[in-house]
Design a protein around this ligand. Sequence first.
Ligand SMILES: Nc1ncnc2c1ncn2[C@@H]1O[C@H](COP(=O)(O)OP(=O)(O)O)[C@@H](O)[C@H]1O
Ligand SMILES: [Mg+2]
Length: 482
Amino acid sequence: MKIIDETINLMEKENGDIVSMIFESSKDKRWYPFKDQRDLEMTIMDSIPEKIRNESPFIMLLRPNKNPESLLSFAPLLKWENGTSETNKIESRDSIESGEIRLLINRLLEKGLEHGRNGKITFEGDSINEFREHLLQNMDYKALNIQQSNSSFILGGRFICKFVRKVHVGENPDVEIPQKLYAETAFRNTPKPIGQLVYREKQVYSLMSIHTFIENNGDYWDYFTRMAESLFLQSEHEESRENIFKSLTGSIEEIAKAVGEMHIGLSTLKGNDFSSEPVNDSYISKLKSGFLQLCQNLSSTKTHIKIKGEIINTNELGRSLESLIHKINFRFFQGTRITRVHGDLHLGQILRTDNGPVIIDFEGEPMRTPRERTMKQSPLKDVSGIVRSIDYALNFNVERDDYNLVMGQNYSLKLKTKFLEEYWKITSGIGILPDTFQAFLGISEFFELDKAIYELNYEISNRPEWADIPAAAILKIMQRLD
Ligand SMILES: Nc1ncnc2c1ncn2[C@@H]1O[C@H](COP(=O)(O)OP(=O)(O)O)[C@@H](O)[C@H]1O
Ligand SMILES: [Mg+2]
C-alpha cells in the first residue's frame, strides 16, 4: 500500500484495499443494506476531507455501480502504527460507534465547511447557530445502541443526530417535513428540527439530520408490548386486566389526537411539493395496482399457516385476495384529498413523554425509493400504520394459542375502534377525509388490508413465526368484506 505524507488519498486506486477493509468491517452492521448480495461493485464518489490523516475521522461516500441512485455513507477513522509505511498494519474503526466523529463535527463547526475532491460538506438549517454555540461549549457524546437503518447519537445532551447510511439525492423528508410543520403550523408534537449535514457537488445529498433531543419514557411500541404481556399474564384477574386496558385506552386517545393534529398540520402546508390535492383517477389506479401486486406476490408463495386449527395456504389466500378487489368500494375516496404524510407511522415512531406523544422519523419507509417516500397520500395510510401496529403489539410477546389469539384479536379490535373514533372526532370536517364515518372506515380498512398483505409477504420470507399475526388480520377483514 502506498501512503504519502501521512495522508491517504482515497481517490487513488492503490488505496482500494483500505476501502475494502472499511467495507468488510461494516458487513455485520444492522444498517448495512447489501447483506444478501455478492460481488458488489462500488465506486468511490468522494472522501471528505480529501486527504485523510492518521486517526482523523472522515466521511466516505460510495456509489453501488448496480444501483447508482443510493449512496452508502461511512464515517471511519484509520489508524496505522509507527508512522506510515507500506508494511504497516492499518486498523479501521467506525467513528460513530466510538464517538470520534466529534472531531470532524468540531472542525466543521469551526471552519464552516470541509472539501472533498468532488464536493464539500457543511451544516445547513435555521437553527445551526444554536447547535454550534451549544456544542462549542459542550460536546458530550452518546451513541444510541438501538442501531436501525441509520446510526443515531446524542450530542451535547441536547441534540439528536441521525447519520444516514443509505443516502439519496435531494431533500430529506426527515428534516424537510418537521421544518415545514414548525414554520407554517402550530403542531409541536414532533422534535424541533435543527438542520442537517449536507454534501454538495452538482446535486445535494443529506448526510445527517439534527433534531432536539426529547426526554422520554421509551416509545409506544415498547409500552404496548409490555402492557399486552401483563394483560395476558393477568388473564385470571378481571380487575387488573381492566386497569391495564384502561391505561392502553388512555394512550390510544392521546396518540389519536397527536396523529390527527399532525394530519391537520400536514394538510395546510403550502408550496407545490406540499399542498394537498384532490384524489384523482391516477392515485386510485396506483392504489389498485399496488394492491394487486402485493396479492400476486403472496400468490407466488407456498407456505402453510395454522390459525385456530385451520391450515391456510398462502398461495390460495393470495388468489382469493386478488379477486376481492371488486368488493372494495373505491368510491369512498370521492371528494377526499391527498397530502404529504408521515409515511412510516407505527407505535415505535411515537415517544412517550411527560408532555404527551411526540412523533419522530419522517423519513418514510426505508425500503422505498425517494420518490415513493415523498409522494402525496391519503392520511389514512398513516392511520392504518397505527392500526396494524396495535394489532402486532397485542399479539407479539404472547404465546399465540387459540385462546390467546381470540383474546388478542378482541383487545386489538377494541383499541383500533377507539383509535379510529378519536381520530375521526379530530379530523372530520377538515375537508381532506370523506364526509361520512362509514366511508372513512371503508378507506381505512382498505389500507389496513393492503398493509397486512405487505406484512404477510415480509414475514413469510423473514420471520415465518410471526406470519400468523397479519394472516389472522387478513382473514378477519375478508370475512367482513364478504
Ligand atoms: N428527538 C428525539 N429525542 C429523543 N429520542 C429520539 C429522538 N429522535 C429519535 N430518537 C430515538 O432514536 C430512535 C431512532 O430514531 P428514528 O428517527 O426513528 O430513526 P430510525 O430511522 O433509525 O428509525 C428512536 O426510536 C428514539 O429512541
Ligand atoms: Mg424509526
